[in-house]
Design a protein around this ligand. Structure first.
Ligand SMILES: [Zn+2]
Length: 467
């Protein structure tokens, strides 16, 4: 993490994809991998990054009001540019009861919609991108998407909607607002709004770093990943220098054991780029796997934030037991991966808690292709509950990471004891899946969690502080 902090310090304070800070981070990681005997390779890719230049939302009539960006409205990522003033028409919204909504998901929702109007659309059921493209097809000149206003565990369905429309600019501008503002606009007769968005895309050229163990079956590859890029706002030492450091140290220590104890399964260590711009690097990696490559990927382990100052030891809920309503795929074997982490922590007399297996990090493309995945998370901008504080310590009512995506996410923003515990779990899981002979993806004879890691354990510096 010091190496990554140095990389940020020497490069305008950040390590974002496509910047010199990312290049410096990559050189640091590659140097350490080579010293440990790996031959890291760069996997190049490019994508269009969304750039918001300015934004505005105002009610022109009946009550002239200027809304505040960031609290009352926010521009959707990949919103197209535009300056439109038009009447507002609500599209198939539902403000009562459970507020179940398919607003804007079907072309039929726009029957009778007057071309030229701004569409007022409710969150729910389908992607924001589909809602906005349906609106554009119906002749809308702009879109306001308001939060759904329903109850969803661990998801804010009343505050500001901060969403993305995909990977290219939409045809019309689109902003997100709170449920309250959406409800108010829906109840305002003859409302006229003005939406102004200046936006663009710029092409980012970046690369993942991949390094394979020298032993282990290539057709049973365990991909162990962490995103190396930061947000442009800061050095990203917790997000995700912490996960990168844990994966790097695991690679270094694993290399020391495998000469005497060849691995059953190949481990591919992956340092993803472009995660903060929409999982770009991991999506590209999976898109480049052919049929044999997909079939030959035993599992993906993902580590995105491990040292949050106010941490909870979260394990991805791969069996869906804690978040049964989650809509992300749960490939067979994801349950076993969760079990390995949970049993590890239990064996250390450390509490852990499930976190939604949502697909909102670099395991997304893997689970979308039926490859089991799992991982750890120490918490981001969410607030620690009273119950969590009672079990894990720390401060209830405060963010797990108060510097999430900010300039202050530096070396001082790390819970070192927590990171030590989490990185030991990383090492344990990597070794377990590197050595398992179980048919993790088959379902019938899944034995991974009961297979001991062949009498080899990794030693981490500073381990003593744990016990
Ligand atoms: Zn992250």
């Amino acid at each position: 993490m010091e190496g990554l902090q140095d990389a940020a310090d020497a490069n305008e304070g950040n390590r974002a994809a496509g910047t010199s800070g990312y290049e410096a981070s990559a050189q640091y990681i590659e140097g350490e991998l080579r010293r440990a005997g790996y031959e890291p390779v760069r996997q190049a890719f490019s994508y269009d990054q969304f750039e918001l230049i300015s934004e505005g939302l105002a009610q022109i009539s009946p009550v002239p009001t200027t809304y505040t960006a960031g609290t009352e409205f926010t521009t959707m990522s990949y919103s197209g540019p535009g300056d439109v003033t038009a009447a507002v028409t609500a599209v198939d919204i539902n403000l009562t009861g459970d507020r179940a909504s398919t607003s804007g998901c079907e072309a039929a929702d726009f029957t009778g919609f007057a071309a030229g109007d701004i569409a007022l659309i409710q969150r729910g059921t389908c992607d924001f991108g589909l809602k906005v493209s349906n609106a554009a097809a119906a002749g809308a000149t702009g879109v306001v998407i308001f939060n759904q206003g329903n109850d969803a565990p661990n998801d804010d369905r009343t505050g500001l909607v901060n969403g993305t429309l995909g990977t290219e600019l939409s045809a019309i501008p689109a902003v997100g607002v709170t449920f309250a503002l959406g409800e108010a606009l829906a109840g305002t007769e003859d409302a006229v709004l003005r939406i102004t968005v200046e936006s663009a895309v710029q092409t980012i050229n970046s690369f993942n770093i991949l390094a394979d163990t020298r032993t282990g079956a290539a057709d049973r590859t365990v991909v162990v990943g962490a995103h190396l890029d930061s947000v442009p706002e800061g050095p990203g030492i917790n997000d995700n220098g912490s996960g990168s450091a844990a994966v790097l140290e695991t690679a270094v220590q694993l290399a020391k054991t495998t000469k005497k104890n060849p691995l059953q399964n190949r481990v591919r260590f992956a340092f993803w780029s472009g995660e903060e711009d929409g999982l770009q690097g991991s999506n590209y990696y999976v898109s480049q796997l052919d049929k044999a490559g997909l079939a030959g990927t035993l599992a993906n382990l993902n580590f995105d934030m491990l040292g949050s100052p106010n941490l909870v030891r979260f394990v991805y809920d791969g069996d869906g037991s804690a978040f049964p309503e989650s809509t992300a795929p749960r490939p067979t074997g994801s349950d076993e991966i969760e079990g390995v982490f949970e049993e590890y922590f239990a064996g250390q007399d450390l509490a852990s808690a499930p976190t939604e297996f949502s697909g909102r990090s670099d395991y997304s493309a893997f689970i979308s292709n039926d490859i089991p995945a799992g991982g750890l998370f120490s918490g981001a901008e969410g607030l620690k509950t009273e119950e969590e504080a009672a079990v894990f310590g720390g401060t209830a009512g405060e963010a797990y990471d108060p510097c999430y995506h900010q300039e202050c996410d530096d070396l001082g923003n790390i819970n070192r004891r927590g990171l030590d515990q989490m990185s030991d779990a990383v090492a344990h899981a990597v070794l377990t899946f590197a050595r398992t002979e179980a048919d993790l993806r088959g379902g019938a004879d899944v034995q991974a969690r009961r297979l001991a890691p062949a009498g080899v354990e990794l030693e981490f510096r500073g381990d003593e502080a744990l016990k």
